[in-house]
Design a protein around this ligand. Sequence first.
Ligand SMILES: [Cu+2]
Length: 455
Amino acid sequence: MPSAVSRRAFLSSIAATVVSLDSRAETPATADGLRILEARKGSLRLLPEPAAPTEIWGFDGTAPGPLIRIPQGSELAARLVNRLEKPLTIHWHGMRGDNAMDGVAPLTQPAVAPGGQFDYRRKAPDAGLFCYRPSVSPLTGELLGRGLKGLLVVDEPQPLPSDADLLAVLDDWRLDAAGRIDGGFGAAEQAAGDGRIGTLVAVDGKPAPSKHVLPPGARVRLRLANLANARIMFIGFEGLQPFVVAVDSQPCDAFEPVRRTIPVAPGARFEILFDLPQSEGSAAKLILRGLGEPDRDLMLFTTRGTKLTARPPIASLPQNPLLPPEIKLAASKKVDLVIEPPPSGSAPATWRINGAATKAYGGPPLFQVKRGTPVTLGFVNRADVAIVMHTHGHAMRLLHDLDDGWEPYWRNGVVVPPGKTKHVAFVADSPGKWALHDDILEHEAAGLATWFEVR
Ligand SMILES: [Cu+2]
């Protein structure tokens, strides 16, 4: 009879095996530590037979691409090999600093031409869940919409105790009836509206829901990333009590989300801990709330086997000591972005920032600051659709609407509902040219994209 400890260790190894056996099989490094990420065509079974498998573009021909997993403080070294007919980069979404490795063409590097390659080498000072994906203005929406995306996990030295460590790429695919990817990228109604919303919701490259069988009482660490082009996902938890322990790669004090629901915008990551029910045969699940469509199941959990002994209450990850303990708002550089949607019926559809069309990453910077300057940004959304404003290279605080407090977690991207204004603050502590854009990629391609310079 194995002890609880060895049984837990055994279960952890099962969970690790499950993760490494799926479509996100971890990519091995070469002798010099370089991981090769080959962008090429592949196919994915998204619709049941008799539909044909869907032709996709993916890193190593899969979607999501291979999982990259490295220890905190180590070097991330990856070679992008472009076997597609489009220019590419890899943007390491959520990583702070190291501007030359941020992978935004043409802002931080020229795009890698078909047949070319590019080596990324950068330190990984923060532990957390990140993603990797191309950023090539204005093609990014098509590159992701055809499947170029993957996860990067930077492991903290002392992981939170858990019985299962699950990763989930949430995505949606826009398919025609035959299962082919809808080629209508850049459509004006998507650029001016909600973006490219997929017809098929997927978890890890397979139609939702994913199914997980674990022992009663198992503690689950679940790391979610929304890698869809445009769908803002409101995700509810049923049959379990979730605690958020990290948002957008940065740990926070563990908290139970209001109404057991989290809003997960494109590009957002959440780490959640929960305990499965104590009784065998119990069910728990994650649900994608409808917002005009029926609710649908995302992830289904069933308990089976020997009950595990209860663990101590869920604890927080250590906070990131590299982030500023305070941001001097009164002394901050204040920049408002008044964001206006394309006039109805206009083609091409062009968003405007502060009254003018931007030239995205090829135009002048929105602002320049000296390194170390606190910055407050106001996002004034004059559109009747939500936008998701993403700042590269920095972690931001979302400020309260009515006082100078802030939400108790860090963000890379914030949802600004239709007609609303949101303020964020951060310390511009990394020199370089940083993209600032809507992470609804059809909005970004249509001009809701600019940049700032830290000198
Ligand atoms: Cu990003």
